[in-house]
Design a protein around this ligand. Structure first.
Ligand code: OAD
Length: 246
């Protein structure tokens, strides 16, 4: 791994940070990624059977149970050193926006404050018909019924074919366009519109840093590639930024 000193100098003086995270940042917490050839969720399940509104309407019980199983596992996992390092950077810089595709809530658990969840949050539930968040229900059906309107409840995550939350996406775009440095961490960079954000930032003059053990379609455009696990690389990056040298 090469820690390019001129890029690090730009990071040290950067005031506005935008960060995009994907499943890779939670891998060291024990949350499976999507596209790993062996352990990835999409290697073992078909997205079109589980993560679309059509799949839910076809087989609501199965989809609810699959998300319930993931939610129960995610509720038990803890943030790792990578999540904590990002919360640490946020506390030291002028402006910091953390844009995540993850639905696991681990950034907030690690203390990050400004978090934009582009794909929702698996710990929340909403009404399939009204699209409103529902905190409690008595229904014992699977999936449970909305206490207000009786429609089915579903996880508050974005499924394929659905729009991303408009406010979050607008704020993410603004952060990408106005940052001095953009970090892309643990994402394969294949799912748009999130995957377009680093390009937007680069085009507007930001330093682009990628942290990933694998090459991605973004790699040729990064000013600095930190080729490793985010739970190891990010704490070293924080040390480097603080110490003024590597
Ligand atoms: P992917 O599974 O597509 O990619 C995970 C990335 O993390 C890969 O590039 C890995 O090389 C990298 N990685 C693995 N371990 C890592 C580690 N310890 N540190 C850093 N990087 C590591 O996951 P995403 O890019 O997040 O959407 O996937 C994007 C979206 O596709 C997800 O939000 C989800 C999925 O289908 C929906 O469900 C709508």
């Amino acid at each position: 791994m090469t820690w390019d000193e001129s890029v690090l100098a730009r990071l040290r003086s950067a005031k506005r940070w935008a960060v995009l995270t994907g499943a890779g940042i939670s891998a060291e917490s024990g949350v499976p990624t999507f596209r790993d050839a062996q352990t990835g969720l999409w290697a073992n399940f078909r997205a079109e059977d589980l993560a679309t509104p059509e799949a839910f309407l076809r087989n609501p019980g199965m989809v609810w149970e699959w998300y319930a199983m993931r939610r129960d596992r995610i509720a038990l996992v803890r943030p790792n050193a990578g999540h904590y390092a990002l919360a640490d950077i946020e506390s030291r810089v002028e402006a910091f926006t953390l844009i995540t595709q993850n639905i696991d809530d681990l950034h907030r658990k690690a203390g990050s404050r400004r978090v934009l969840e582009l794909h929702g949050n698996i710990l929340r539930t909403k009404c399939f018909a009204e699209n409103t968040v529902v905190d409690r229900w008595d229904s014992v059906d699977v999936p449970p019924k909305c206490p207000r309107c009786g429609a089915m409840l579903r996880p508050d995550v974005v499924w394929f074919g659905e729009m991303l939350p408009a406010d979050e996406m607008r704020e993410a775009m603004e952060a990408a366009r106005n940052c001095d440095v953009f970090l892309s961490i643990g994402t394969s960079g294949l799912v748009y519109p999130a995957a377009g954000l680093p390009f937007e930032a680069r085009q507007r003059g930001a330093v682009l840093v990628e942290i990933n053990p694998e090459e991605t379609p973004l790699s040729p455009y990064a000013h600095l590639i930190l080729n490793g696990k985010s739970g190891e690389v990010l704490p070293t990056l924080v040390e480097c930024l603080n110490s003024g040298g590597k």
